[in-house]
Design a protein around this ligand. Structure first.
Ligand code: ATP
Ligand code: MG
Length: 524
């Protein structure tokens, strides 16, 4: 008989095999797997007592904490659906998501409670707000006090089908309004099996949560590190200093992060030279970090760098750039150049690069096409948005809106999002390629390249640049630098210096805001 692939099995396995092992450490609090299971059961009972049943949506607004981790399992074993909320949204975004998802309960970290105060009275479906460590008389209930009133004994679980939705995740909103992605138990379960294989996760792993758990579940970390009895280390505020400190103190073996966070980590390393004796087994990042970052991580820190590619709609990961044994003879430099590519397809995912007629482009590393994915991780659809679902999934293939190339080894490189490509004089320019060059400039800390309108060429590449502290460089010097490294039509034509780039909570640069800002500045 087939066993339904439901996520509670991962915690069960950890409790059976590793009950007294440390499951999670967070800001001085430590829980074993057995204790975590007890809290998970209390949470399920608590939610049940306020009327949460199978299929109900339970929203969660928290940074990386024990509560958030137990939230997944406590909500899932009820058959309810977790709606993790990005902690950097505006009140109107919370209002939109909470009403759109028709969430019944909102669990919120005390530090973030203020974010929802302005919209609290406008919530249409939320019946209870449960605040960590805070007791209030109205709709809100203090989490720990409330949890303590329920028994940690085994909980009678809802009967679940593996195709039941477990999470409703709103996309990052990098390109526009976030969309609610419905992921099932099966999606997350098979994504976890594939990821734990590719990352060789074991019970000796100590995993540091830097990527937020609300962002496509921190790339699945609550599932595959738990299933293997690894230890989770949670940090509320993942500053570079705290990351290095935790890595050393807790002997961290794996960490996942956004490239912008990796960038600040490396900058901190250059400036402060912290002592880092710990050999992190794997640093996992998405979004094409430049060659220079990868070299620094591998050669100076001695940590293995792996790039991954994915999107919320596919649970998320589909590609991984770990160097295969048959390529181990490549020089370190060649290896890190290969890792600038997003990688090859993971187990359980089929990834193709197709032209406008749906035909695969040649595997020559230069022909570009749209990346399409068919995998166990591909979502059930967008919540209450059938039109967008039909546009995204055609004949079973998820159309990612990303453009790339595939080489003879099967390595796929993401060259751009369709929406970010710059079309200048009829030629396509990859904003990612131009940014990669700018990051090699010693004065540049962060760069984002966008298309701006041009009378003759249609569009030209314009760079937004954040300089390193005390660095000085002129617009013309940056333009000349890019001309010395790129074909002239690709070189940037103008620069805006800024102190900060707009980013999503997961650390992605929101080029849509830069484009709007530029249009506004033209009107002045
Ligand atoms: P929205 O869909 O709301 O605009 P988003 O696409 O940024 O936001 P996510 O699902 O978090 O939301 O991100 C997926 C996207 O991130 C991919 O479609 C791709 O554009 C980008 N991405 C992910 N991994 C990589 C990578 N390794 N290289 C380049 N881009 C990547
Ligand atoms: Mg997207």
């Amino acid at each position: 008989m087939n066993v339904p692939l439901v996520l509670s099995q991962f915690l069960d396995r950890a409790v059976t095999l590793y009950g007294d092992k440390e499951a999670v450490q967070c800001e001085g609090r430590v829980f074993t797997y057995r204790q975590l299971e007890g809290r998970v059961n209390q949470l399920s009972r608590g939610l049940q007592s306020i009327g949460v049943a199978k299929g109900d949506r339970v929203a969660y607004l928290a940074s990386n904490t024990v509560e958030m981790l137990e939230g997944f399992y406590g909500i899932y074993q009820l058959g309810a659906i977790m709606v993790p909320l990005n902690i950097r949204l505006k009140p109107e975004d919370y209002l939109f998501i909470l009403n759109h998802s028709e969430s019944k309960v909102l669990l919120v970290d005390q530090d973030l409670y203020e974010l929802i105060l302005p919209i609290k009275d406008l919530l249409q479906t939320v019946e209870h707000i449960i605040v960590h460590y805070k007791e209030e008389a109205t709709k809100e209930i203090g989490y720990d006090v409330w949890l303590a009133t329920f028994s940690p004994e085994s909980f009678k679980r809802a009967e679940l089908d593996e195709n039941d939705v477990c999470s409703l995740l709103y996309t990052s909103g990098t390109t526009g309004d976030p969309k609610g992605v419905m992921l099932t138990h099966r999606n997350n379960y098979l994504h976890a099996l594939s990821s734990m294989h590719h990352l060789r996760v074991t019970d000796e792993d100590i995993y540091l949560h830097v990527l937020p758990m609300f962002h496509v579940n921190g790339w699945g970390a609550p599932f595959y590190y738990t299933a293997n009895g690894a230890t989770h280390i949670c940090l509320k505020k993942a500053t570079p200093e705290a990351i290095f400190r935790e890595i050393e103190a807790k002997k961290v073996t794996v960490v996942h992060m956004a490239p912008t966070v990796l960038n600040s980590l490396l900058q901190y390393y250059d400036e402060h030279k912290p002592v880092v004796d710990q050999k992190v087994r794997i640093v996992l990042a998405g979004s094409a970090p430049p060659h220079a970052f990868i070299k620094k991580v591998e050669q100076e820190l001695g940590w293995e760098f792996i790039q991954v590619y994915g999107m919320t709609e596919s649970s998320p990961l589909s590609l991984i750039s770990r160097i295969l044994p048959q390529l181990s003879d490549l020089s370190d430099d060649e290896k890190s150049r290969l890792k600038v590519k997003a990688g090859y397809q993971m187990i359980g995912a089929e990834v193709k690069v197709v032209d406008e007629f749906g035909e695969e482009v040649p595997h020559d590393g230069t022909a570009t096409g749209e990346i399409v994915v068919r995998s166990n991780g591909v979502m059930k659809g967008y919540w209450k948005n059938e039109k967008a679902t039909l546009e995204a999934i055609k004949n079973g293939w998820l159309h990612t809106g990303d453009v790339g190339t595939i080489d003879e080894r099967g390595y796929i490189e993401i060259t751009d999002r369709k929406k970010d490509i710059i079309i200048s004089g009829g030629e396509n320019i990859s904003s990612i390629e131009v940014e990669g060059v700018l990051y090699d400039h010693p004065a540049i800390l962060e760069a984002a390249v966008i298309a701006i309108p041009h009378e003759k060429w249609g569009e030209t590449p314009h760079a937004y640049v954040v300089l390193r502290e005390n660095a000085e460089v002129t617009e013309q010097e940056i333009i000349d630098f890019s001309r010395s490294k790129l074909a002239h039509f690709k070189a940037i034509k103008s620069v805006t210096f800024t102190d900060e780039l707009p980013k999503t909570a997961s650390g992605k640069i929101q080029k849509v805001h830069l484009r709007n800002e530029h249009i506004e500045s033209m009107k002045v």
